[in-house]
Design a binder for this molecule. Structure first.
Ligand SMILES: [Zn+2]
Length: 108
């Protein structure tokens, strides 16, 4: 039983060694080529670049504000929304429905 445990331990040790060797080889082949250093941690410059990229992607996503339909509550991009009487709608159908309903009920 002890030999089996030893074998398993050796197996893991060997795997770790192979991984370490491969990592060292990668570092030697392509030094400081990627955003990660030899240890697999983000490099000193990758943090800033990543943050800037993320902010850029986020600003691109939020470039078009979403507006809420006054009839069904669905959020639609502003360019696709329909504005009637100061209210925004996801489609003309909802705008017409909103305009057609009795004014007394709009206030609830
Ligand atoms: Zn709607």
């Amino acid at each position: 039983m002890r030999q089996l445990l030893l074998l398993i331990l050796l197996f893991f040790a060997g795997q770790w060694l192979v991984k370490a060797l491969r990592r060292a080889g990668d570092a030697a082949d392509a030094p400081r080529n990627g955003p990660f250093d030899a240890a697999g941690r983000p490099g000193p410059n990758s943090g800033n670049a990543g943050a800037a990229g993320g902010a850029q992607a986020q600003s691109r996503q939020l470039a078009e504000p979403m507006v809420r339909c006054a009839t069904c509550g669905v959020h639609t991009p502003q360019s696709e929304s329909v504005v009637v009487a100061g209210q925004r709608f996801c489609c003309t159908e909802h705008a017409e429905r909103y305009a057609a309903r009795p004014t007394g009920r709009t206030a609830r």
